[in-house]
Design a protein. Sequence first.
Length: 610
Amino acid sequence: MDPQVLAEATAALADEPEHSRVLVLARLRRHWPDLLAGLTAAYGARGPQAAAAAARTAVAGALARPADLRRLDLERLVEPDWLQSPRQAGYAAYADRFAGDLRGVAERVDHLADLGVTYLHLMPLLRPRPGDSDGGYAVMDYRQVREDLGTVDDLEALAAVLRGRGISLVLDLVLNHVAAEHEWARRARAGEERYRAYFHLFPDRTLPDAYEQVLPEVFPDFAPGSFTWDDEAAAWVWTTFNAWQWDLDWGNPDVFAEFADLVCWLANLGVEVLRLDAVAFLWKRLGTDCQNQPEVHALTRALRAVARIAAPALAFKAEAIVGPRQLAAYLGHGELSDLAYQNSLMVQVWSALATRDARLLTVALGRFPPKATTTSWATYLRGHDDIGWAVDDADAAEVGWSGPAHRAFLRDWYAGDVPGSWADGLVFQDERTSGTAASLCGVGRGDPLAVPRLLCGHLAVIGFGGVPVLWSGDELAALNDPHWADEPGHAADDRWAHRPRFDPAAAARKDEPGTLEHRVFSALRHALAVRAGLPALHAAVEAEVLGSVNPAVHVVRRAAPTQVLVAVHNVSPEVQRTPWEGRAVDALTGEERGGPELLLRPYEVLWLLV
Ligand code: GLC
């Protein structure tokens, strides 16, 4: 540990009670190596200086931490696997669409508690640019809350209300880009050198053209290319996403310093998990697709170290929608993110339901290298984004399919464009899919098997292990919003179809037996409650995706030291049989099943304890 950094920290903590000083210094000593190594990997000779500055920020963050959050830090330090517990159940929503504003969210906590939610991801709510803001992913001011949602005080109060109900508040940290209207971008346009250095600005097309040789496009339809000419800045600006989302230059240690401070500030408001938005894109390297570069992990490691010194209760979730090989690096050996999205499971469950065949699912998930035992997946059937049909060509070939043809099939199937399709989705950017889980399962078309199919999909996620995150409305089988295109700025982005507003009348029906909402809500609530009591669903246990002799049956085994759970899913609309030795109790129904074989109803799911 650098003696000067330690001496400075000791002096800064001089007025703290001894127990607190001892704790913060212990954390500093413990995490300084990660901070220094991360920043040295990213910034070379400038690393140590950046690390010393970040250590000062972290210690200041620890000093500013409110008493109740310091207590939470201690609780989390004695239960370091809190996010891996099978008790965890997530829910994600836009605050305005879910409940009007932040105070409204606080008033709707009973709905979440009824479902068993312990983790609430509120979509971006820090002040976005006016007009279209990509659902808030174009932040204009990270220190303010979106005007119509409330104030920073409301946010802090909401975090406390949620914490009191055992629900962790999860917020986005949009770190790849800021809105073109953000102060940093304005000052860059005004010619301030300090702020020009926060962005990737190019005087002509030479470098943009060279980069674009290999860069994939994220929104080819409404934001083609990855660079945007800006007259005022007199430069081509790197804009991976929309033209008004300016990519930050994380090669500049000043950018790291800004975010280190922001992380401490958000943690001290009571945010418990930060979702690292589009983290894969942070580092640019000519000749590559500018995703998953090693510096991304080095910077995450350093940012995580800052958080662990300042606010150990804070966890990180990586939003990296990348292939299995690249994904494991975001979890590292626990010194990076605690959670990462399990995108492949989502894609493969939809693929299995469309084809009535789980073989590709088995191959694709079988490829995942084991992740660190201290980390978890964030699993989901649907989220706010489109479904990108990330089917690997080699995986498809292994089951005798063509990757490109299967991807096109899934797009068409879920758009309802293939004979026999029950789905009611939309095509997004030519090759991807939008639509709510219920619409994609055919609930809106009155298909009699739509609900069993929908529940099969949800259970495949809830029983996989990790934190299952339900997308707002899915607990009530909400359909696509027919008016999605009406809002200004939304017409070109059909992801808004699956971001419906919360319907209080539908929510009330969850308590009326015989309704669709009751059927779906109670099944999900029951599955989450059963899950909470199953040690085999602790995230430290690795899911083994096993094939079955019957391709329509998807089998996952989770062997904890004290319990073995075998989740069996019939992904087809027909009765299926699969061999099964002996008898076992289904944790979902308490029934004993088995014999020489299992007989499965259409879309039936069993959680067998063996
Ligand atoms: C993430 C978000 C997506 C957004 C993008 C740019 O991928 O999930 O909604 O468009 O980042 O911020």
